[in-house]
Design a binder for this molecule. Structure first.
Ligand code: PBG
Length: 338
């Protein structure tokens, strides 16, 4: 009998395709990364990320309510810290009246059910644009962890549901878990950026926060500063290392692990998914967003189709949650195309 198989029977109408579809998307699959700035009634679009804004707290709160209405249940938040508050200790990061802490309180008050996951890393607070404290020409691991614990506890005190360490210091998940527990925050979770690669696609994010690694121009403090994040973020040639890092983080107490970035790393997402027994999240990062926007602006790609295809493929690879700048647009698309 020829042909032996007719796979097309399962593809010959939208109805049959919908019956056998293996993966689905809903707004609660998405987390929305948000950039917060000082001021009031302030909203400025990020040049390299059309449709994404830095907003003051009041406007952020309004946006969060809209996101919740659309079915989005989690946000990642990042702050744009003014230059005069940056130093090499990152101490503004645990100021209980800092921008991040104020933002968490305001969002929780206005929309208590939205899960808030503030970023835990010193880069927005560092005069050198690094995720930790610089000493001897590199980021110092253990001193940075001391700072991250203070930062995470201050987020928990402000009302964060989860903390999201994105720094890649060794042992930070264990230190954060201990620190949170000792401060009484046993219910505050840890979503760890476990497989966090040194990648060129974070450029637009660093534009948004003005947080790219920079040369030391101060002659008061003549410190040698690494020009990139390669001594802590992972080498993108590596696969086994991602599994190792994810397993370590789970052992240390991570409630969820993350793979960052997304699209070019879906092999890693699947491997990590198969290796761990906690939810895997994926960061569909700023550069990946910018590429789609730029090509769509030129009429080279169909924006909505590419957006939905990328998100579905990230989910198919094993993501339980996707942090994506497309979260709001994709939620609106899903609502309009049910
Ligand atoms: C901070 C952090 C970065 C991103 C998330 N958290 C920047 C970096 O790793 O340098 C990137 C996210 C994006 O590009 O959208 N550690």
């Amino acid at each position: 009998m020829y042909p032996l198989h007719r796979g097309r029977r399962l593809r010959n109408s939208e109805s049959i395709r919908s019956l056998v579809r293996e993966t689905s998307l809903s707004p609660s699959d998405f987390m929305f990364p948000m950039f917060i700035a000082e001021g009031e009634n302030y909203k400025v679009e990020i040049r390299s990320m059309p449709g994404i804004f830095r907003r003051s707290i009041d406007l952020t709160v309004e946006e969060v309510k809209e996101l919740f209405e659309l079915g989005i249940r989690a946000i990642n938040i990042y702050v744009k810290v003014s230059e005069n508050l940056k130093d090499n200790t990152g101490k503004e990061a645990w100021n209980s009246d800092g921008l991040m802490q104020e933002a968490i309180r305001a969002i929780k008050k206005a929309c208590p059910e939205m899960i808030i996951m503030p970023d835990v890393a010193l880069d927005p607070y560092s005069i050198y644009g690094h995720d930790g404290i610089i000493a001897n020409g590199d980021v110092e691991n253990d001193a940075t962890n001391d700072a991250l614990v203070k930062m995470a506890v201050s987020h928990a005190q402000a009302g964060a549901d989860f903390v999201a360490p994105s720094d890649m210091m060794d042992g930070r998940v264990l230190r954060l878990r201990q620190g949170l527990d000792e401060a009484g925050f046993t219910n505050v979770g840890i979503m760890s950026y476990s497989a966090n690669y040194a990648y060129a696609f974070y450029g637009p994010f660093r534009d948004a926060l003005d947080s790219a690694p920079k040369e030391n121009t101060s002659d008061v403090e003549p410190v040698e500063v690494p020009k990139d994040k390669k001594t802590y973020q992972m080498d993108y040639a590596n696969r086994l290392e991602a599994i190792k890092e994810a397993l370590w983080d789970v052992e240390e107490g991570a409630d969820m692990v993350m793979v960052k970035p997304g699209l070019a790393y879906l092999d890693i997402v699947r491997e990590v998914k198969n290796a761990v027994n906690v939810p895997v999240t994926v960061f569909h990062v700023s550069g990946e967003y910018a590429m789609v926007k730029a090509a769509a602006e030129r009429g080279w790609l169909d924006h909505d189709k590419i957006m939905m295809e990328q998100l579905m493929c990230i989910k198919r690879a094993g993501a339980s949650l996707i942090s994506t700048y497309f979260a709001k647009e994709a939620a609106i698309f899903l609502k309009n195309n049910q």
